[in-house]
Ligand binder design. Structure first.
Ligand code: ACM
Length: 629
């Protein structure tokens, strides 16, 4: 090769076309142009901002100083400005209500946006351009605090970017919820859906109905596998749980709002209402409810038939006028606490076996011309939607609210697949997609040999593969996507984080990034960088994406054959049958393997070259036999 050709090649390799991507922003922005050079953060950082004392500028100052030990000042007269945060005078139409531009050149950074939310998201991207140690809560030395030169234009694909935290099955303190909100903000989520009530607890103070939290917020403490616990003894203390006072709620709403996150309350009705029924037995007509207790994880439902049956009547009775007076008051107080435009009224998994035997329901059906139990629930939902709208709010409910006729104006959260969402959109209703097979982050994310057992699995690649607009559906009606963290098995915030990340990095990209910008291989490279950020920020996460996917079939003699794959293409699976822990020098899995004579266990681990990536997995041959299909 001639010298001029070599120089030309060097030039090309240095130009943006041949750069390996330097930026690892999640969710992937709309447009990123990577440039040569970088901005080295000075020890004294001057920031100019449209508003000097805004939450976002203070947030940026804190982020830029806590790990670096540098100083940052906002709007110091006569000083150069290294980082500019500018609200546009004339809105840039591309950017909409949440978009931003972010330009980094050798001498500094400029973020522009039409709105404060846009500036906040620009700041999140800027922080993600800094080395991962920026997430540390304490001083980190010997880091090159530089920001790669880049030109970014970015705005979200969907306006509803939610995570649901179920605070009923297990209660999470105000401090825990704030941590969760902080983590969400880093990835441009804008909605926290709080499941405030369920059979296991009523978690929000309602002044007109104090027993909801005096009696309804506490149960007997259990650990382990929910649904299988012994019922509490009559004299067992019921001190496990808690609730948010109205001041707590106001504090959380304000905390989230500063981070451009709304909080949507869910009051689950008419099913999943055991805590309310225990607190106020007059909400039911069923005999014996006065002896009910808030659920502590004992069996409550029979799922064997086509319709769920309750072993207790955990419902609000649609024929009982007191129920509507109660809900009117509850939604009056909630509407004052939560500024978000929607209230979630639940609607899921309502057992109707007690309604079928209940005289008051039979009378209601006759009077209202209701033909079946679905229509009874629909009658109830329509009345609740009217109550909610009388408080100036819109209603959203789980897709069961379609059954028996969808109430005018109600939006649907599609969780039993996409069917409900498609049907609601066909009827012209708004939809939030949260199909369990892509969005339920209470499911296991790896093999049951490493994960706390749950009845289903959602791996990272599946969460990432989700496309929220089904074919033939008017995209305008798809408001967005939510990942849901049900907390039956989630006993603390560290584990809530483990279940949330990295799957909610995938959902963040599903709901923010343009469809054509999604790229699994680039995404997982970025996820690895974000693992370092989580480590620096002391946020828990799962590394299950490194672990093998294990399928077991049977040979002609009915003996197990183990078939292994990985989510990441560049991993090798090493294995042993001799009880010793495999390392990078053990056999590499190439094709399905049979159990050798005498073996009692299979051990697996993944490596990238010589670097250990996955966790050591041990599965007994007996277990393989059980799995074989
Ligand atoms: C649900 O998962 N029951 C909405």
């Amino acid at each position: 090769m001639k010298k001029s050709q070599i120089l030309g090649l060097c030039f090309l390799l240095n130009s943006q076309i041949f750069y390996a991507q330097k930026t690892t922003i999640i969710p992937e922005p709309v447009k990123v142009i990577e440039k040569k050079g970088s901005f080295i953060l000075p020890r004294i950082i001057e920031i100019s901002a449209s508003e000097s004392n805004s939450f976002t500028t203070n947030y940026l100052v804190q982020k830029l100083t806590q790990a670096t030990g540098y100083k940052a000042f906002v709007n110091r007269k006569g000083k150069v400005s290294h980082i500019k945060l500018a609200l546009t005078n004339t809105p840039l139409s591309d950017l909409g209500k949440e978009g931003y531009t972010l330009n980094v050149i050798n001498s500094g950074v400029t973020i522009k946006a039409n709105t404060k939310a846009g500036l906040f998201y620009g700041v999140q991207s800027l922080i993600q351009l800094l080395p991962h140690q920026i997430e540390s809560n304490s001083l980190v030395k010997n880091v090159n605090w530089s920001i790669p030169a880049v030109e970014i234009t970015d705005y979200p694909r969907f306006g509803w970017r939610g995570l649901m935290l179920d605070v009923s099955r297990h209660f999470f303190s105000v401090a825990d919820v704030k941590t969760y909100i902080d983590n969400m903000a880093s990835y441009k989520y804008n909605l926290l859906h709080m499941g405030l009530t369920n059979d296991e607890g009523w978690r929000v103070e309602i002044k007109a109905y104090p027993n909801l939290t005096i009696k309804g917020a506490f149960n007997a403490e259990r650990v382990g596998y929910f649904n299988t616990f012994d019922p509490p003894a009559a004299d067992e203390p019921r001190t496990y749980g808690g609730f948010y006072t109205q001041d707590d709620i106001r504090e959380l709403v304000a905390y989230a709002k500063e981070r451009h996150i709304d909080i949507m309350p869910e009051i689950d009705t008419p099913g999943h209402s055991l805590a309310a029924v225990v607190a106020y037995p007059e909400l039911s007509f069923t005999k014996g409810v006065e002896n009910y207790q808030v659920r502590s994880g004992e069996e409550l439902f029979d799922w064997s038939g086509p319709h769920v049956k309750g072993y207790l009547d955990n419902t609000l009775n649609p024929a009982n006028p007191k129920v509507y007076t109660f809900l009117d008051q509850v939604f009056t107080e909630l509407a004052m606490l939560f500024p978000f435009e929607y209230v979630h009224i639940g609607g899921d998994e309502c057992p109707k076996n007690y309604w079928e035997k209940e005289a008051s329901i039979a009378e209601l059906m006759k009077k209202e011309g209701l033909k079946n139990m679905d229509e009874v629930q629909s009658y109830f939902t329509k009345k609740v939607v009217n109550i909610v709208s009388s408080k100036g709010k819109k209603t959203i409910g789980w897709d069961e609210i379609l059954e028996g006729g969808l109430a005018d104006g109600a939006a649907v959260m599609s969780w039993r697949g996409e069917k409900g969402g498609i049907e609601a959109a066909r009827q012209g209703h708004e939809v939030v997609m949260t199909p369990s097979q892509y969005c339920y982050i209470d499911y296991m994310q790896g093999d049951s040999a490493t994960e706390a057992k749950v009845y289903s699995t959602l791996r990272l690649n599946k969460a990432y593969s989700y496309e929220p607009v089904p074919q033939g559906v008017n995209p305008i009606l798809i408001k967005g996507v939510q990942a849901n963290l049900w907390s039956e098995q989630i006993y603390n915030m560290r584990y809530a984080q483990y279940m949330t990340w990295p799957r909610s990095l995938a959902t963040a990209e599903v709901v923010w990034s343009p469809k054509e910008n999604k790229n699994w291989s680039r995404f997982t490279t970025k996820v690895e960088e974000h693992f370092k950020r989580f480590d620096a920020g002391e946020i828990n996460y799962s590394t299950a994406m490194y672990d093998p996917i294990i399928k077991v079939t049977k040979d002609a003699n009915g003996l197990p054959i183990t078939d292994l794959t990985t989510e990441l293409a560049d991993l090798n699976i090493h294995y042993s049958w001799d009880n010793s822990p495999p390392d990078a020098f053990y056999p590499i899995y190439k094709s399905p393997i049979s159990v050798p004579k005498g073996a009692s266990q299979l051990k697996l681990i993944t490596y990238r070259g010589k670097e250990k990536k996955g966790r050591l997995i041990t599965i007994s041959v007996d277990n393989l036999k059980k799995r074989a299909r």
